[in-house]
Design a protein around this ligand. Structure first.
Ligand SMILES: [Fe+2]
Length: 389
């Protein structure tokens, strides 16, 4: 994250002796990106963060095999039909992915075990329900519409309050606000559709006592379960610019033009090889002769993965797409509004409609997305032909 935060107790200077009430030393840990050359935080542990007592290989319980999108076609997946076994980590149902990013859906009402993704940052979008995100940095209470962004290597767990459904974006690097929203020193600029005040981060330390605590660790080689001698949630204070945070999609301030604005105005985050955009309720384009839904487009360098999170999506009327659906419009295919949608929205504007209630999360990838087993199990095979009806 681009700005500094301090939580709990930290010593006045970094890398000096910092003592517990019993006179012993707290253990300082630096969590930092890009080899000491980017954002970092210093965390102060009651116990050594290096003390592990066991390491065991873990066989994934869910299918993770991806298949190429062949024959090439636009796809519609109905996540409404998916039910998961497991928690918000082990119960992830793989929808799509490539060498840069994996996109999964999960539904669960049970707490996850402690988890660390060492391959990249994660962004978990809460579609429905409320869930407590617990981490070594502290706690974030998350609810519907929240993106929770978790830096690489953060030990955390998910504790749902009832049933929760989420879309999970697993990056192969770091997820950040788009550079063009930030000053050269990292402050959000006035034209950005959100700013620091919209971000929620842990406000106080979260300390849990425990011994022999297992942590599931995801690495490029697979899954490992490391058993820590002491509970990793033993941080009495931390400071820095690297920490998990939440941002609610309803705090995104849509940018509206007189005629149709393309998805970069909806951009929320960027990661290596992809961007995340938030389509939010907003006024319709207001030129008297505007066509206030997208024109047909072929974004030749992107695959477009769109998760329909809520509201009413005029451009897709008649396609079978509903809340909970995912459309995948790959490079190599020109996509656009469903037949009759343009006429219908112009007619609605004529009746006085001035807003759209659509709510969607879009992940545009710069390399083709392959298809996961969960997506193929809930595909609507008729979708590809709906423009030709
Ligand atoms: Fe599109």
């Amino acid at each position: 994250m681009p700005y500094y935060r301090v939580v709990g107790e930290v010593p006045r200077k970094r890398h000096v002796q910092f003592r517990r009430p019993d006179g012993g030393l707290y253990a300082e840990e630096l969590m930092g990106e890009e080899g000491f050359s980017s954002d970092s935080s210093l965390l102060y542990h009651r116990h050594l963060p290096t003390a592990i007592v066991k390491a065991e290989a873990v066989t994934p319980t869910v299918g993770a095999r991806l298949e190429a999108n062949l024959p090439l076609s636009p796809r519609h997946f109905r996540t409404q039909e998916l039910s998961s076994a497991g928690d918000l980590v082990t119960g992830r149902m793989l929808l799509a992915g490539n060498g840069d990013v994996r996109l999964s859906y999960a539904v669960s009402d049970r707490p996850s075990e402690l988890y660390r993704d060492s391959m990249g940052d994660e962004c978990v979008y809460v579609q429905r329900g409320t869930v407590r995100f617990e981490s070594a940095y502290g706690v974030i209470e998350a609810g519907e519409g929240d993106y929770v962004v978790i830096p690489t290597g953060t030990i955390h767990r998910w504790v749902p309050d009832g049933q929760v459904s989420v879309l999970v974006i697993e990056a192969g690097g770091h997820i950040r606000p788009p550079k063009r929203y930030l000053s050269q020193h990292g402050q959000f600029l006035e034209h950005a559709p959100y700013c620091e005040r919209d971000l929620r981060a842990p406000a106080e330390p979260f300390v849990v006592e425990g011994e022999e605590v297992p942590v599931l660790v995801r690495t490029r080689g697979g899954l490992t379960r490391l058993v820590y001698r002491n509970h990793p949630f033993d941080v009495v204070g931390w400071d820095g610019c690297l920490y998990p945070f939440a941002f609610n999609i309803n705090d995104f301030e849509p940018i509206v033009k007189k005629t149709h604005a393309p998805p970069p105005v909806h951009q929320t985050f960027e990661g290596p090889g992809f961007v995340v955009c938030s389509f939010c309720p907003r006024p319709l384009d207001y030129h008297p002769e505007a066509v206030p839904i997208p024109y047909n487009h072929h974004n030749v360098d992107s695959d477009e993965f769109m998760f329909y999170a809520g509201g009413d999506y005029s451009a897709r009327k008649g396609s079978g797409i509903d809340v909970g659906s995912v459309s995948l419009h790959p490079a190599g295919f020109t996509h656009g509004p469903q037949p009759g949608a343009v006429e219908a929205v112009i007619e609605a504007v004529g009746r006085g409609v001035t807003t759209t209630s659509e709510m969607a999360v879009m992940v545009d990838t710069f390399r083709p997305l392959d298809l996961g087993p969960a997506a193929l199990s809930c595909e609507d095979p008729a979708y590809a032909w709906t423009w030709a009806r």
